[in-house]
Ligand binder design. Structure first.
Ligand SMILES: CC[C@H]1c2cc3[nH]c4c(c3C)C(=O)[C@H](C(=O)OC)c4c3nc(cc4[nH]c(cc(n2)[C@@H]1C)c(C(C)=O)c4C)[C@@H](C)[C@@H]3CCC(=O)O
Length: 263
């Protein structure tokens, strides 16, 4: 979705990676703003997400999940570098891509995202995914009810509050038609990376979402403390889904972030 083969090296090229259950579709406001401003913007569907044809319940490893992103990066022309933006648990995918394709990436932007230093042993995440006392997740059992769950999707009645509390109503309405179960087993492979000094040299930007009911802003602060980025921005009015709630401010912050790039 969006963009072509990455041909013109003089134009900054942004590549967007969605979080759990979302898809390339969730970036439609940002890619429109960037295209209109003369940038190149591409958003990918990871395996089993958006309009990717694979059943997400069959995606068992993180490499398979990330393959569409890795293909995009490996198909870029020589010397073409991109700015890679990851949302939420899509942060794990962009860090994996950073380690594999370091020379293709000029900057990584983490938006309310999982940002874990390669080689670090601890994760800022408590594995229960519990938010308060509520049971907000619905599990899918692609291999039978007697086998472990294969997918995970937020229950419909909780989505407005946890994902989209500050977003225009029509965005969650559309999103609810498009969300798909996240591949549990593949996501379990996220953040298990060896130390990578080369990847550490690439500038990283963290964008915090201050009215986020899912990824608590205090937990985002801990992520930033553990692996300090070169730039930090705060979207004061944003819910977890800044691409819906504050697209123009997010667009402005992305432009400010890349203005520090030495090209
Ligand atoms: C517990 C299963 C699996 C997992 C699933 C998962 N993670 C997130 C969602 C789902 C279904 C979300 O909906 C949310 C998101 O992407 O919104 C678009 C998720 C987040 N996950 C985060 C960090 C994070 N998750 C995991 C691990 C898992 N997530 C399980 C394997 C880790 C690791 C590797 O330990 C980390 C660091 C956040 C960025 C968001 C917000 C979720 C929250 O704050 O609870």
């Amino acid at each position: 979705m969006g963009g072509g083969d990455g041909g013109d090296d003089s134009v900054l090229h942004f590549v967007f990676v969605h979080g759990a259950s979302h898809g390339a579709w969730c970036w439609y406001k940002l890619t429109t703003l960037l295209d209109a401003a003369g940038f190149k913007a591409t958003s990918v569907d990871l395996t089993g997400a958006g309009i990717n044809l694979t059943d997400s319940n069959t995606v068992v490893d993180f490499e398979h999940y990330n393959r569409p992103l890795f293909s995009l990066l490996s198909d870029l022309p020589p010397h073409h570098k991109i700015i890679l933006v990851g949302h939420s648990i899509g942060g794990g995918s962009v860090t994996e891509a950073l380690c594999k394709f370091t020379d293709k990436i000029s900057m990584v932007v983490y938006l309310a995202a999982d940002m874990v230093q390669p080689g670090s042993t601890s994760s800022p995440h408590d594995s229960t995914m519990a938010v308060g006392e509520e049971d907000i997740w619905e599990f899918t059992y692609g291999e039978g009810d007697d086998k472990p769950p294969t997918g995970m999707l937020m229950k419909e009645e909780f989505r407005r509050h946890y994902y989209y509390s500050q977003s225009p109503l029509e965005d969650p309405t559309l999103a609810c038609k498009l969300l798909r179960p996240a591949p549990l087993r593949a996501l379990n492979g996220a953040d298990k990376l060896a130390p990578n000094p080369e990847a550490e040299k690439v500038p990283r930007v963290y964008i915090k979402t201050a009215k986020d009911n899912l990824f608590d802003p205090l937990r985002q602060d801990r992520v930033v403390e553990k692996w300090p980025p070169s730039q930090l921005y705060i979207l004061e009015e944003s819910d977890h889904s800044a691409f819906f709630s504050v697209p123009t401010t997010l667009f402005a912050y992305l432009l400010r972030a890349v203005s520090f790039l030495q090209l």
